[in-house]
Design a protein around this ligand. Structure first.
Ligand SMILES: Nc1ncnc2c1ncn2[C@@H]1O[C@H](COP(=O)(O)OP(=O)(O)OP(=O)(O)O)[C@@H](O)[C@H]1O
Ligand SMILES: [Mg+2]
Length: 486
């Protein structure tokens, strides 16, 4: 383990790190901070949740001049929420150096952003579309930018974004320093990257697997039409603190969300068709625990750092292995543990093997839990609560009432009634989810075509329906009568 002061970091940043509770540098931070401080271009690849933001953030803050109220560093991120999060972390890191970072992103009033830009932040974190808007209107001056950062670099250099990125980089002085970070870096993308950089130093934190080992990975082989009930059962058994459920399309996310709500779960959906206000409010509710289940498209797959996410469900297996890595990486962050459970239809088993091959990790098979298992799981939660209350031993005030009850009823009946009252039973509202076509490996491996598919996931951009939303969809209704009480 490396201390930050061994890395040549200033006292003001050490003070900020101390305040943030960062005691030691993570491996990617230890390896890239000195290189970036020396002025090298860097491609940094390390697993999800291992502190890449501070790895590029610390040297960036060290290099910009607080007295100069001009944009000196520009970070670009694929989604609005990520841009906001990165700006927040940079502001925490730069607090004692009086460095300010501003997030600019689509869906927010231009006027407001223009005013904020006039305030003279030294760092801007932007989504590409909105940044280009500002560039065209000349409401941002990037001619003083010395450091360009691409967070989620492989995604930013993917088909969906590459043209924007090229155009943005054209507006930045050529003698810039370029920093690229991501948990994944497919070779063809790395080749593109090196063309945009000057003799980049590549740092790849050595890991056996592309995914973090503190995430337990499981899969459940299951027909499409049983996914929703299985998700319900699983949520009941695990009672996750916070869970994210990834669905393939926006429509799917809406349907799963509505279904979960109908069953009594505190679930909300997030995808690119929602207003920015709604996206923010959903995410805030999730972060504060007012929502337990976040149902999302890949708009929430990359970079988001929400502590307390214990479970990630792939309701639909993703098309790209990289996307799998990022999705499950929303749990098991900063050394915590997590579980990832992927639903695989029988025809998608080949896709599962492809993901395993590329990520060099194995998913353990789970049998689909039954409704009975779920009931037991729910009851166990109640029993645990009851036992905790017993252990506290402050029940004297209830003894008289308990004695009275036991005179009129046998103990099994009384305890069962108490358990029933305490158990949050799932509503048995019938729910139907439209089915989607399975992902086939052949399609998934189709080179550039596969890459271009990514585009549709991301919010705030013009999104086409993508194949799985298209006319080939069969509409399969699914109602589970098994769970309906007689
Ligand atoms: N040195 C450190 N010590 C303790 N916590 C840290 C340290 N560095 C980062 N963290 C925390 O770890 C969490 C993950 O960091 P971060 O979001 O930068 O990960 P990442 O590598 O960018 O992940 P992803 O690939 O998902 O984007 C954050 O909550 C961050 O505050
Ligand atoms: Mg990150």
């Amino acid at each position: 383990m490396t201390n930050f002061n061994e890395l040549g970091v200033s006292n003001q940043i050490l003070k900020a790190l101390n305040k943030m509770g960062f005691e030691e540098a993570t491996p990617i931070q230890a390896q890239t901070i000195p290189l970036a401080l020396e002025g090298h271009d860097v491609i940094g690849q390390a697993q999800t949740g291992t502190g890449k933001t501070a790895a590029f953030g610390i040297p960036t803050i060290e290099k910009v001049d607080a007295k100069l109220r001009k944009v000196q560093a520009l970070a670009i991120a694929p989604t609005r929420e990520l841009a906001i999060q990165v700006a927040e972390e940079l502001n925490r890191l730069g607090k004692f150096k009086n460095i300010r970072a501003l997030a600019i992103f689509g869906g927010q009033h231009m006027d407001r952003q223009i005013r904020a830009l006039k305030d003279g932040p030294q760092i801007v974190v932007a989504t590409p579309g909105r940044l280009m808007d500002h560039m065209r209107r000349r409401t941002i001056n990037i001619s003083n930018v010395q450091i360009a950062i691409l967070d989620e670099a492989d995604e930013m250099l993917n088909m969906g974004f590459i043209d924007d990125i090229r155009e943005i980089l054209k507006g930045i002085p050529e003698e810039r320093q370029t920093l690229l970070f991501s948990a994944t870096m497919p070779k063809e993308i790395r080749d593109i990257a090196t063309h945009l950089m000057r003799e980049p130093k590549e740092v790849k934190v050595k890991a056996k697997e592309m995914t973090v080992e503190n995430i337990d990975q499981y899969f459940i082989e299951i027909p499409e039409k049983h996914k929703f009930e299985t998700l319900n059962n699983h949520l009941d058994i695990n009672s996750p603190d916070l869970a994210i459920v990834f669905g393939r399309t926006k429509k799917r996310v809406d349907e799963i969300t509505e279904g979960l709500q109908a069953r009594g779960y505190r679930a909300e959906g997030i995808h690119g068709d929602l207003t920015q206000g709604k996206r923010m409010s959903v995410l805030n509710k999730f972060k504060s625990g007012r929502v337990d289940v976040l149902v999302a498209t890949d708009v929430a797959a990359r970079g988001l750092d929400i502590s307390g996410v214990t479970h990630v469900y792939n309701f639909d297996i993703p098309q790209d292995p990289e996307s799998y890595v990022h999705r499950i990486g929303r749990t098991g962050r900063a050394g915590r543990t997590g579980e990832a459970i992927s639903f695989i239809t029988p025809r998608e088993m080949a896709q599962l093997h492809l993901i395993e091959k590329i990520t060099k990790s194995k998913m353990k098979r789970l049998m689909p839990p039954t409704y009975k298992d779920a009931q037991r799981g729910k009851q166990q939660v109640t029993i645990d609560k009851l036992v905790k209350t017993i252990e506290k031993q402050d029940l004297k005030d209830y003894h008289e009432a308990a004695n009275q009850l036991l005179q009129d009823h046998d103990s099994i009946t009384v305890i069962s009634a108490a358990l029933k009252m305490l158990t949050k039973e799932r509503r048995d509202t019938p729910v139907s989810i439209s089915s989607v076509a399975p992902i086939s490996v052949k399609k998934a491996q189709g080179g550039d075509k596969r890459r271009s598919n990514n585009k549709r996931y991301y919010g705030g951009r013009n999104q086409q329906g993508g194949r799985s939303q298209g006319g080939r969809n069969r509409k399969g209704k699914f109602q589970n009568s098994r769970n309906r009480k007689g």
